[in-house]
Design a binder for this molecule. Structure first.
Ligand SMILES: Nc1nc2c(c(=O)[nH]1)N[C@H]1C(S)=C(S)[C@@H](COP(=O)(O)OP(=O)(O)OC[C@H]3O[C@@H](n4cnc5c(N)ncnc54)[C@H](O)[C@@H]3O)O[C@H]1N2
Ligand code: MOO
Ligand SMILES: [Mg+2]
Length: 662
C-alpha cells in the first residue's frame, strides 16, 4: 500500500451547494484530514442533498479515482431532504457496522443527539466510505473517533495484511495538529502518486487539489503542522464581493441603546426614540429686529415711547402692555408688550425727542406703514409643544442641527444606540511601531496599518482600542486577540491571513478562539485573503466580530473601508451604513484586472458641473501606500471578461465616496 492515503471530502448540503461560503464542515474535515501527514485530500466537492448527485459523485470517486477514503459530511439526519444513507448504502459492496458503531459509541458519550445520526459506512471496491453528519463539531468528533484505526482499515480494504499499519498504530494515536514523527514524515515525502481530477461529478465543486507539480499556492492551516505538510491550496472558497458583504452585514446586529446627555459626545449617535418637544420655541412673542413694538393699525406718525423691552428674563414674569397710540423700544429677541402687533426696525424711524441726559428716547416718528405680525416670532412658531422634532433612526450630525434643536427645547437626555468600540492589532514579526526612532533592520517594516486604521476610525467618529503589535506566535496572537475580544465589539487584525507558514490568523481563530470563519478569501483586488469570523463573546451576549485583514497596507485600508466601517455603522444603528456612490466618467483608460478591483481614485466636479474620476496612481499595488494618497473614492471596477478588458476614457463607472469630493 502507498503510504499516502488519498482522500475525497464531499459536502452534501442544499445550502452549501448554493453558497460555498456556507460550507464550514467540508473545510473543517479537510483540515482534520490533512493535519494527519499520511493523508492528502485529493478532491472535494459540494453537492445538494440529491440522491442521484450523491451516487454519481461517490461512485466516480471510488471507481474512477480509486481513492483510499471517501468522507461525506451532511445529509445523515432526520431532515426531509437528508438522503445520504439511502444514496450511499446501495453503492457499498460490504458494510462496516463496526466503524459505524465505534463512531456512535464515542458520539453518544458527548451528546444524546448523536442518536439522531443515521450515518453509514462501508467498502466499495477498494474504497472505504464513511458518512458523517453536517456540523464541524460532529465531523471533528467522528473523525477523531476513527482516526487511529482508519489507515489499518484502509489497508485491509485494499487486500493488505494490515501488519505494517498495525505496527505503526502501536505507537498510539496522535491528535490532529501535532507534528508527525520523522519516520512518518520521511514515509510521506518519499511517496508519490499520480491521479486524475474529480471534476464534474454532479453539483458545484468547491475546490480541487490537483497534482503536486501544479500546486503553487501555499497555506499553513493547522497550528503545529510542519511547513512541508501545509495545504498547498487554500481551503477557503474565493467568494464574490457581494456575498462577502452580505455575509458580514447579515451578522451585524445594532448594539443596545442607552440614555445620554445632550452634548458633543452625541455626535454620530443614532437616536433610538422619537423626540417630542415639551417646550415651545420661542416660548414668548419675540422681536426679530431692533426697533419699536407698535400697534399696526396706528400707522405712521409720532408716538411716545412708553416702555422698553431688552432681550432678558422678565423680572416679574410678565410683560408690559401697549395701548393704542404708544410704542415700545425693543431689541432683537426682546419680549413683545401685550397688545403690540408688529415691530418697526430702527432704520425706519426718526428720533423726535429725547431726555435731557440722552439716556431715554421720549418721542419717535414711525416713517412707514407696517403689516400686522411683521418682525414678530409668535410662540411656538419654530417648534410647537408636542411636535416630533427628531425621529428614531436619525443620526446626530456633527453639523450641529440635531444637537442645536435638542438643546433649544431643553431635552436633558436622549436614547441613542451605543457606539461600538473597535480594537486594532497589527501582527507580524517584521512589524515595528511606526514611531520607533531606531533605524530599521533588514526585514523590518514600520507599522503603517494601525495608525492608518485608527485615524480613519476616529474621523468616522468611532471609539477604538489600540491593541499594539503581536508577533507571529500562536500564544502571543491568541492572548492579544482574546484581550481585544474582552473589550471590543469588533477586533481588526492585519497580516497573517494568506498562505505563508507564519500566516496563523485563520487557524488561531478556528482552533484557539472557537471562531466560525464565514469567509477566508474574496474575489477582489486588493484584499483577496480578507477573513471574517464571529467569535463567542467572552462577556456573553452577541458574538464578537473579527476581521482578519490582509497585511498589505493598501489591502488593509481598502478592506477596512469596504467592510469594517459599514459594520461599525450598522452596529451603531445606522440605517444607511454602506458608502454612497456616484457614477463618474473616467479621466483616462483603465485596464481591468481578472479580479473585481477597488482602485483608489479622486472624484471631482468639473467646472462644467459633470463628475469625473481619476486614479490616484498608475501603480495600484497593494503594498504601495502612496496609491492611497489623496483618494476620496474607490472605483468599483468589474473583473476582466473576454468581452471587456478595459474602461475607456469618458465611460462612466461607479465610485464609492469614502471622503469629501475634491
Ligand atoms: N501564495 C500566496 N501568497 C500570497 C497570496 C496568495 O493568494 N497566495 N495572497 C497575497 C495577497 S493578495 C495578499 S493581500 C497578501 C496578504 O498577506 P497576509 O495577510 O498574510 O499578511 P502578511 O504576510 O503578514 O504581510 C503581507 C505584507 O504586508 C506587510 N505588513 C504586514 N503588516 C503590516 C503593517 N502593520 N504595516 C505595514 N505593512 C505590513 C508585510 O510586511 C508584508 O509585506 O498575501 C499575498 N501572498
Ligand atoms: O489581494 Mo492582495 O490584497 O492583492 O494584495
Ligand atoms: Mg502572509
Amino acid at each position: 500500500m502507498s503510504s499516502t492515503l488519498r482522500v475525497g471530502v464531499l459536502t452534501i448540503s442544499d445550502t452549501a451547494s448554493q453558497d460555498s461560503a456556507a460550507d464550514i464542515s467540508g473545510p473543517s474535515l479537510c483540515r482534520l484530514v490533512e493535519a494527519e501527514p499520511r493523508y492528502t485530500v485529493e478532491v472535494t466537492a459540494c453537492i445538494p442533498d440529491d440522491h442521484k448527485a450523491i451516487q454519481k459523485t461517490v461512485t466516480a470517486w471510488c471507481d474512477d479515482l480509486d481513492l483510499h477514503l471517501v468522507l461525506t459530511t451532511g445529509g445523515t439526519g432526520f431532515g426531509v431532504r437528508d438522503c445520504t444513507p439511502e444514496a450511499v448504502l446501495p453503492l457499498l459492496d460490504r458494510q462496516t457496522p463496526g466503524i459505524s458503531h465505534l463512531i456512535f459509541a464515542k458520539s453518544i458519550q458527548i451528546t444524546p443527539f448523536a442518536a439522531l445520526s443515521r450515518a453509514v459506512s462501508g467498502i466499495r471496491g477498494q474504497t472505504l466510505v464513511l458518512t458523517f453528519p453536517g456540523s464541524p463539531k460532529a465531523v471533528k468528533e467522528n473523525f477523531e473517533a476513527v482516526a487511529q484505526m482508519l489507515p489499518h482499515a484502509i489497508d485491509l480494504a485494499r487486500g493488505g495484511t494490515g501488519k505494517k499499519t498495525h505496527e505503526k498504530m502501536q505507537g498510539g494515536p496522535r491528535p490532529s495538529g501535532i507534528a508527525p514523527t520523522s519516520a512518518e514524515e520521511k514515509g510521506q515525502t518519499e511517496s508519490s502518486h499520480g491521479h486524475g481530477h474529480g471534476h464534474g461529478h454532479g453539483g458545484h465543486t468547491c475546490f480541487h487539489h490537483s497534482d503536486r507539480e501544479a500546486r503553487t499556492d501555499a497555506a499553513s492551516l493547522g497550528l503545529g503542522t510542519p511547513v512541508s505538510r501545509r495545504l498547498r491550496k487554500s481551503p477557503y472558497p474565493l467568494i464574490p464581493m457581494e456575498q462577502a458583504l452580505s455575509s458580514v452585514m447579515d451578522r451585524v446586529v445594532p448594539l443596545p441603546s442607552v440614555h445620554k446627555p445632550v452634548d458633543e459626545s452625541l455626535i454620530g449617535a443614532v437616536l433610538d426614540e422619537d423626540v417630542v418637544a415639551v417646550e415651545a420655541v420661542p416660548g414668548y412673542r419675540a422681536s426679530i429686529l431692533d426697533g419699536y413694538a407698535v400697534i399696526d393699525t396706528d400707522g405712521p406718525g409720532q408716538y411716545p415711547v412708553t416702555a422698553v423691552s431688552i432681550a432678558a428674563a422678565s423680572s416679574n414674569g410678565s410683560v408690559t402692555t401697549l395701548l393704542p397710540g404708544q410704542i415700545a423700544r425693543i431689541t432683537t429677541g426682546g419680549a413683545l408688550p401685550e397688545g403690540a402687533t408688529a415691530v418697526v426696525m430702527v432704520e425706519d424711524t426718526l428720533l423726535v425727542k429725547s431726555s435731557e441726559d440722552g439716556t431715554r428716547e421720549e418721542t419717535v416718528e414711525i416713517l412707514a406703514k407696517v403689516r400686522k405680525g411683521e418682525a414678530i416670532r409668535e410662540i411656538g412658531s419654530d417648534i410647537q409643544v408636542g411636535q416630533t422634532v427628531l425621529k428614531k433612526g436619525q443620526v446626530i450630525s456633527a453639523v450641529g442641527g440635531e444637537i442645536g434643536v435638542l438643546a433649544s427645547i431643553g431635552v436633558q437626555k436622549v436614547l441613542v444606540r451605543q457606539r461600538p468600540v473597535v480594537g486594532f492589532l497589527s501582527t507580524g514579526n517584521e512589524v515595528v511601531n511606526h514611531d520607533n526612532g531606531e533605524a530599521l533592520k533588514i526585514g523590518q517594516i514600520r507599522d503603517s496599518n494601525r495608525p492608518t486604521l485608527i485615524a480613519a476610525t476616529k474621523a468616522a467618529g468611532f471609539d477604538y482600542l489600540d491593541l499594539g503589535i503581536a508577533p507571529d506566535s500562536p500564544e502571543d496572537l491568541e492572548a492579544a486577540i482574546k484581550g481585544g475580544l474582552a473589550k471590543c465589539d469588533i477586533v481588526v487584525t492585519t497580516g497573517g491571513v494568506s498562505m505563508g507558514e507564519m500566516d496563523l490568523l485563520k487557524p488561531i481563530l478556528e482552533q484557539k478562539l472557537g471562531a466560525t470563519i464565514h469567509f477566508g478569501r474574496i474575489m477582489m483586488k486588493p484584499g483577496k485573503p480578507t477573513t471574517f469570523a464571529t467569535v463567542p463573546n467572552p462577556n456573553g451576549g452577541q458574538p464578537r466580530l473579527m476581521f482578519a485583514l490582509p497585511g498589505n497596507p493598501v489591502s488593509a485600508t481598502v478592506t477596512f473601508h469596504l467592510f469594517v466601517l459599514p459594520a461599525l455603522r450598522k452596529l451603531a444603528g445606522y440605517e444607511k451604513y454602506m458608502w454612497p456612490s456616484v457614477q463618474a466618467a473616467v479621466a483616462h483608460d483603465v485596464r481591468l484586472d481578472e479580479r473585481p478591483e477597488y482602485q483608489r481614485a479622486v472624484v471631482s466636479v468639473t467646472p462644467e458641473g459633470s463628475i469625473k474620476v481619476q486614479s490616484t496612481d498608475k501603480n495600484q499595488m497593494s503594498s504601495r501606500m502612496v496609491s492611497m494618497l489623496g483618494a476620496n473614492s474607490l472605483m468599483v471596477l468589474p473583473g476582466r471578461t473576454a468581452q471587456r478588458d478595459s474602461v475607456s476614457t469618458g465611460q462612466k463607472i461607479e465610485c464609492l465616496l469614502i471622503s469629501n469630493l475634491g
